[in-house]
Design a protein around this ligand. Structure first.
Ligand code: PDD
Length: 285
């Protein structure tokens, strides 16, 4: 059987048996924050940074965690060690708690619910690197600026992803209400133009991705081949770039070879992108 464990407030369950109250505010209102990371050989990747970002997201939605950082870390490690997979995805969800009523009032909730999922990870499909993936643009309606919290409300991202699939694309780049491309639905966005690497700044409404952070750190320490600039980028910047890619903790760097059905550069994964992937893997390992 697939290795899929779920820890609910300290109790570990097999995936299909795990249950939570229908009055949980994460279920009722998306009133929760979450993190997604992975393990390499049973070791969780950058777990301290993920827990820190979970707390930052919680602060942005005025959710006061009733679990400490140390308790969350200890439950994460307990769940990883209860499973047999050495490489697993790890999702940490913290909801505002279980309501005593159906009302919105946060005062109606009990202590937070902490849910940790660990599931054996499948290697990235080989075609992502061999062929690259295709993207569309999706216009966001909700105005959002600054570094975004990672909450349980992914409605616009879901609609964008659904639209990408309807157009037979892999995913969508989100475009903010000012016309700037911000990120993918679960990834950060990057382009290379004339030997310079660009990514949208957090102020445009972007999740402070940990893979993004690692690339910024590498650039600062001159550990990547290209200069890196954070800059607002519009759809034409993406359409006319030489290379393009997306990043996330579980996928690392994935080349984008088509945008709106048109080739990016030569239409094959970019040479610099593949070199950056190599350098990134060396850096994080
Ligand atoms: N998502 N932007 C969004 C909207 C995301 O949801 C994610 C991550 C990222 C990349 O962040 P990081 O490098 O820290 O993984 C950017 C994960 C993969 C998820 O929701 O499953």
């Amino acid at each position: 059987m697939e290795d899929f464990l779920i820890n609910i407030n300290g109790q570990i369950h097999n995936g299909p048996e795990a249950q939570i109250s229908v009055f949980d505010r994460g279920f009722l209102y998306g009133d929760s924050v979450y993190e997604a990371t992975r393990t390499f050989n049973k070791k969780p990747f950058r777990i301290d940074q993920h827990i820190e970002r979970l707390f930052q997201s919680a602060e942005k939605i005025s959710l006061t965690p009733t679990f400490s950082r140390e308790q969350i870390l200890s439950e994460v490690l307990k769940t990883i060690h209860a499973g047999s997979a050495s490489d697993a995805t790890v999702r940490i969800v913290l909801t505002r708690g279980t309501n005593s009523d159906l009302g919105l009032d946060p005062e109606l909730s009990g202590p937070n619910n902490l849910i940790i999922f660990t599931k054996e990870i499948k290697p990235n499909p080989a075609w992502w690197i061999a062929d690259g993936v295709s993207m569309i643009f999706f216009q966001k309606k909700i105005e959002a600026s600054g570094s975004l919290p990672k909450t349980g409300n992914y409605q616009e991202n879901i609609l964008a992803h659904k639209e990408a699939h309807a157009q037979k694309a892999y995913d969508a780049f989100l475009v903010n209400t000012h016309g700037f491309v911000t990120e993918g639905t679960t990834s950060n966005a990057w382009i290379i133009k004339d030997g310079v690497l660009y990514t949208p700044p957090l102020k445009d409404g972007v999740l402070d991705g940990l893979t993004r952070r690692a690339l910024l750190e590498m650039a600062k320490r001159q550990k990547i081949i290209l200069p890196l600039i954070e800059k607002s980028l519009n759809k034409d910047d993406f359409r006319n770039c030489d290379e393009c890619f997306i990043t996330s903790t579980t996928r690392n760097i994935v080349p984008v070879t088509k945008i709106e059905g048109r080739n990016v550069g030569s239409g094959s994964p970019g040479v610099m992108t593949l070199e950056l992937l190599k350098q990134y893997l060396e850096f994080v390992n």
